[in-house]
Design a protein around this ligand. Structure first.
Ligand code: HEM
Ligand code: HEM
Ligand SMILES: [Fe+2]
Length: 458
């Protein structure tokens, strides 16, 4: 850490970690409801409520992590203090208060209804206020002293502005359900396959320069090309959600063609990350765990979003798989790989730097967490996929009733419960490891310079 105001990143990241743990607890609760015939919590936290809390916490902790990392990264890139650390704390306070209000509200059926956007309108408006504070704070940090934006910070700002603007389309209540869902995808799809991709691309680029020492020119040119391609394919690719909701038929073509091309930039990002990591083999100092999470994230991003997404994006296939557990399998794989793993990678890079701790070789606990979480997630995703295939066959091909079909899927839900329990243990370990790294050690030693030198000939 070079700038005092960067410590607000720690508050965001620690809050994100705690909410992540809570998200996983609600995931386990969700799956037990699929398995057990009798639900003791039926009248307190029914399935729709525990599902809403699970996915809201997901979006919430990821946003906190990305915002925290943004504060840290912008100061680091532009070599300046954050415009106002105080505003950053006010923003965090508003977000946390909105989150608590939303979750408590769901328990009392105070719910807007659309998945991921269940927050009642007043809570959404409070989130808009927090988003405005955030944009103003990073915008002023960027422009106040006539800082020249790097391409990475410009992309990050673009992603954050897009994220905030798209959220507005999730606020109005519409009388027509098709129209409501038409715009719902402007938030959900254009977030994860648009705005968040820009944010992720710039943070990954920044993190790669930091931990591998690769030259800036090489990273920046690619990030820019990837980002343009993400937008080109992702924006019209929204059509892959417009096949069956009452929108015009041309979306079958537009959605199919453009979304089928979406894996290309994601593959480019994977190739790029691997290339830079291989090129950095001669490094003297490496943040092993940070690098491991970063590389693995690029791979799982490609598998979960690119391969799993592509597998169900053509209308000829989606017609059978739409809204089944195959979708849930993709949702878990993609969110985990693209954003969950990235958030953890960023924490491994930022938290030790903030507290001045060394991370060169990583801890045993950290590696155990890495292995257990990623393997158990693969088991979960595979089990959900098989459950989904069973569902498509019995329900869509044979025409069996929904609930009868669920009986045939139970074995695979049980696998999800077992794998999810291992994932939960991994979450506790990663939390332990990261909170340990977040602690500033009592000895008042000067902070060592951790940035590796550029690779010769790069
Ligand atoms: C990081 C990027 C991505 C994330 C986080 C993500 C996440 C999700 C989630 C959570 C859903 C379920 C939404 C719902 O109905 O509640 C979904 C649906 C879908 N995704 Fe993705 N996705 C990503 C990228 C992609 C890509 C690149 C493609 C195509 C190549 C794709 C294709 C689809 C399709 C076709 C559906 C609809 C499934 C259905 O009809 O039920 N996704 N995605
Ligand atoms: C112990 C671990 C977890 C378990 C047992 C679990 C279980 C579940 C269950 C049962 C659902 C409801 C699916 C349905 O509506 O039929 C769900 C939804 C969801 N979970 Fe998890 N989850 C876990 C962790 C995670 C993690 C770590 C992430 C992301 C990083 C995640 C992302 C999601 C998403 C995006 C959805 C909505 C999927 C959709 O709309 O199709 N979950 N989860
Ligand atoms: Fe999509």
């Amino acid at each position: 850490m070079r700038y005092k105001s960067q410590t607000i990143a720690r508050e965001y990241l620690v809050a994100a970690l705690l909410l992540f743990l809570l998200q996983v607890v609600f995931g386990l609760l969700n799956i037990t409801k699929y398995i057990w015939g009798y639900d003791p919590l039926l009248n307190i936290i029914p399935f729709n409520v525990s599902r809403a809390i699970h996915i809201n916490l997901l979006v919430f902790w990821l946003l906190l992590a990305l915002m925290g990392a943004t504060y840290y990264m912008v100061a680091d890139e532009l070599k300046t203090e954050i415009y106002s650390a105080k505003l950053g704390r006010v923003q965090l306070g508003i977000l946390l208060a909105s989150g608590v209000a939303a979750i408590v509200g769901y328990l009392f059926q105070w719910n807007f209804g659309m998945p991921f956007l269940e927050q009642p309108t007043v809570v959404k408006l409070a989130i808009v206020v927090a988003a405005l504070i955030f944009l103003a704070n990073i915008g002023l940090t960027m422009f106040k002293n006539h800082h020249t934006l790097t391409r990475m910070t410009a992309t990050l700002l673009g992603g954050m502005v897009m994220l905030a603007v798209m959220f507005l389309f999730g606020i109005p209540f519409m009388d027509n359900l098709s129209t409501q869902y038409y715009y719902w995808w402007w938030v959900i799809h254009l977030w994860v396959e648009g705005a968040w991709e820009l944010i992720a691309a710039s943070l990954v680029g920044w993190a790669l320069i930091k931990v591998t020492g690769v030259s800036r020119q090489r990273i920046e040119g690619w990030v820019f090309a990837e980002v343009c391609l993400v937008l080109l394919t992702g924006v019209i690719g929204t059509g892959h959600h417009y096949y069956w909701i009452g929108t015009p038929r041309y979306w079958l073509w537009w959605g199919a063609i453009f979304s089928a091309a979406e894996p290309i930039p994601i593959l480019m990002m994977l190739v790029d990350t691997v290339r830079h990591m291989l090129g950095a083999r001669t490094l003297r100092t490496v943040n092993t765990l940070g690098l491991a999470w970063l590389g693995a994230s690029a791979f799982v991003h490609f598998m979960g979003a690119g391969v799993w997404g592509f597998g169900q994006t053509l209308p000829q296939i989606n017609r059978w798989t739409h809204g089944t557990q195959i979708t849930a399998s993709h949702g878990h794989f993609a969110f985990w790989g693209a954003y969950g793993m990235l958030a953890i990678a960023l924490m491994y890079i930022i938290l030790p730097e903030l507290s001045g701790q060394s991370t060169e070789h990583g801890s045993k606990v950290g590696f155990t967490a890495f292995v257990s979480m990623n393997f158990s997630m693969i088991f979960m995703v595979m089990a959900l996929l098989i459950a989904g295939i069973v569902q498509v066959y019995f329900q869509r091909v044979l025409g069996m009733e929904y609930l009868q079909t669920q009986g045939h899927m139970r074995l695979w839900y049980e696998v999800v419960l077992v794998a999810g329990s291992v994932f939960f243990v991994g979450t506790l370990l990663v939390l332990w490891d990261l909170l340990r790294l977040a602690r500033t050690l009592p000895v008042g030693e000067p902070i060592p310079e951790t940035e590796p030198e550029a690779i010769p000939g790069d």
